[in-house]
Design a protein around this ligand. Structure first.
Ligand code: ZN
Length: 383
């Protein structure tokens, strides 16, 4: 570091594990011993780090090991779904301390949903530490910097609503809002892949299909926050299905969970939900497997275009449909490795998401922590 490291920068070194003793910090930053001591005592006083003796002494005083204090605050988060919303309180490491799910139709609008969310957080927060920040994932396009909901398709009653001021008025902390798929993409990247790769394409296959792009380590948003709208790219030979966006054969209209259910019903299969489809796949039902695999091929068609354009190191398939159906993943692999350029697929991995059903919650917490624990934010809070 060419200039003097700030307390916020020292905290980053401790959080990442790069430097965990005062001597380490001195070595990495070039700070003098008194300067290190000053920054460390500042962080200790603010409850951002704690220290404990490291292992058995080998004679003399053992070095004190510094550790980020995950219990130093809490982060209320929520992942809004069309009909079900996950609400949680996380610690400063993004671990879920308490979680509850509520069934509410997001179309009830912000006037109903936001107060309910805030009341639920307040109940869950009782007796817990300081709130560091709040995070929200929504199933709509979001102009991230402002937290403004832009999509008119899914959450019509939310269009133009700027969420953060409504929430920060009550809690008085930074509030971050992003598209739910972006949130999960960041969560998967940060918690599983960050140490090994910077370029990841996350595709969520659920009742709908969407994608989040991590490029060079950061989320790719595009000019208006609409990057990753993979669901409305059309496929070839989709059979002329009218999509809810008005176009024909969007991948969302032929390969989503909704489409799989519709296609099976058209074949006379009695499937009420995706759970029924899962049971048929598990039982090895040939017709069901064929429908799911074809959905995977259509999805693969669109993903192979994205792979050519973005050259990700890994494609992560998340969402309940991708997580349940191996034939879907096989269909994607089949087409992507056949259609994408050799260079783009030379070391490409195609894997299922690992965060599972709590991915939206974990992603929200990490989004908030990235912001409130950044070196700049920590230093600004000290002033
Ligand atoms: Zn469409």
């Amino acid at each position: 570091m060419s200039r003097l490291a700030t307390p916020g920068e020292v905290l980053q070194l401790i959080r990442s594990g790069e430097a965990v003793t005062r001597a380490d910090i001195g070595r990495v930053t070039g700070l003098s011993r008194p300067a290190v001591a000053h920054r460390v005592s500042d962080l200790l006083q603010r409850g951002l780090i704690v220290e404990d003796a490291e292992g058995p002494s080998t004679g003399g005083r053992p070095p004190m090991r510094l550790r980020f204090h995950a219990g130093g605050g809490v982060v209320p988060v929520a992942s809004l779904g069309a009909r079900r919303t996950q609400i949680a309180i996380c610690d400063l490491a993004g671990e879920v301390l308490h979680r509850t799910d509520i069934d509410i139709d997001v179309e009830e609008g912000p006037g109903v949903v936001l107060p309910l969310l805030m009341d639920t957080w307040e109940k869950l927060l009782e007796g817990r530490g300081d709130v560091a920040g709040i995070g929200l994932g929504v199933p709509a396009t979001v102009e991230f910097a402002a937290g403004r909901v832009e999509s008119a398709r899914v959450m019509a009653s939310w269009t133009g609503v700027v969420i953060p001021p409504v929430i920060s008025e009550r809690f008085g902390v930074p509030v971050l809002v992003d598209n739910d798929v972006n949130v999960i993409a960041m969560g998967e990247h940060r918690s599983v892949y960050a140490a090994e790769l910077d370029d990841l394409l996350f595709v969520k296959v659920s009742t709908r299909i969407g994608a989040g792009v991590i490029s060079g380590g950061g989320i790719l948003r595009g000019a208006l926050g609409a990057a990753g709208e993979i669901g409305h790219i059309p496929v070839r030979d989709g059979g002329g299905v009218l999509c809810r966006c008005g176009n024909l054969d969007c991948v969302d209209s032929v390969a989503s969970g909704t489409a799989i259910l519709r296609d099976l019903r058209a074949k006379g299969r009695d499937v009420a939900s995706l759970a029924d489809v899962t049971a048929l796949v598990r039982a090895g039902d040939a017709e069901t497997m064929a429908v799911v695999r074809q959905a995977g091929r259509w999805l693969g068609e669109v993903i192979s275009g994205a792979v050519n354009l973005l050259n990700p190191a890994v494609v992560v398939l998340g969402g309940d449909v991708a997580e349940m159906f191996q034939p879907l993943v096989s269909g994607v692999r089949e087409i992507v490795y056949r259609r994408s350029t050799q260079l783009a697929t030379r070391s490409l991995r195609i894997e299922r998401g690992r965060l599972g059903p709590g991915a939206g919650i974990t992603g929200c917490a990490l989004m908030v922590l990235d912001h409130v624990l950044s070196a700049q934010a920590v230093d600004a809070a000290a002033r």
